[in-house]
Write a protein that binds this ligand. Structure first.
Ligand code: HEM
Length: 231
């Protein structure tokens, strides 16, 4: 398929699926808008995997803001040289990527090997972890291996402005034509992930618990004055 499809049409198809299916789910299937916890079945590895993944993805998110959303001209105006940027991006992005990948591997192994967890895992749950692993694995490979063995690829003059041009509804398709294949794959796989969000437990990312600290505390009372509770 041509570059026009992948860089000028495909992102909008995925964006439309994301918005329409997410609105449908919250309006008609609101009660399913969550990520069911399996903590009750296994705690230790969930904690390790989930903490690594979530902290890693938060750092990687800010890495994407720095590399894709902030124009290179801002760095030039601030006197940040290309070399300084790439050293920081490879070290910081590499560490974040490794955390994400490691966390996902722990979560996947736990899902596959713990019988109580696996019996509750749906196709969508497996798809989520495996696809995230694919996208994050590619990103981490690009950051650590490609950048240091092939070339410190300057995506701030290609992928960055192309991604921002999507929001003006005038995608600059040519910017993506000469991008290395692995980077193109990372972007296409990411858009597939975006389209899949409303069909998976990833929807919970839109319910970031910003009001949680301010909510009224819940009181728990025992029916029997805690006679049967363990110390
Ligand atoms: C269309 C959206 C996206 C674009 C344009 C994009 C682009 C990029 C670029 C340019 C890099 C830097 C590679 C380097 O340093 O050479 C990267 C790295 C990475 N990406 Fe993405 N990405 C997108 C979505 C995602 C998503 C949804 C994930 C979630 C799994 C993800 C995970 C990663 C990770 C873990 C890294 C390595 C760490 C880092 O540099 O932050 N990316 N991505």
């Amino acid at each position: 398929m041509s570059g026009f499809f992948w860089w000028g049409i495909f992102p909008y198809i995925c964006g439309t699926i994301l918005v329409v299916a997410a609105v449908y789910r919250i309006v008609f299937r609101g009660i399913s808008w969550h990520a069911p916890s399996t903590e009750i079945f296994e705690k230790k590895w969930l904690r390790v995997g989930s903490l690594l993944f979530h902290w890693g993805i938060i750092f990687a998110f800010f890495g994407h803001v720095m590399g894709v959303l902030i124009p290179i001209s801002v760095y030039e105006a601030m006197g940040v040289s290309d070399h300084m940027y790439h050293v920081f991006a490879i070290a910081g992005g590499g560490a974040a990527g490794l955390m994400v990948v490691l966390g996902l591997i722990v979560l996947l192994i736990r899902k596959m090997t713990n019988p109580k967890v696996s019996v509750h895992a749906s196709f969508a749950d497996y798809f989520t972890v495996i696809w995230l692993l694919l996208v994050a694995g590619l990103g981490t490979y690009m950051t650590i291996i490609y950048n240091t063995t092939v070339v410190a690829y300057e995506y701030r003059v290609s992928i960055g402005p192309w991604f921002r041009s999507l929001f003006t509804l005038q995608p600059d398709i040519q910017l993506m034509e000469g991008v290395p294949f692995l980077f193109q794959l990372h972007v296409i796989f990411s858009f597939i992930l975006f389209a899949a969000i409303p069909f998976t437990q990833l929807v919970h990312m839109f319910s970031f618990p910003v009001r949680y600290p301010a909510r009224a505390p819940q009181q728990y009372r025992s029916r029997d004055g805690y006679k049967n509770s363990r110390p």
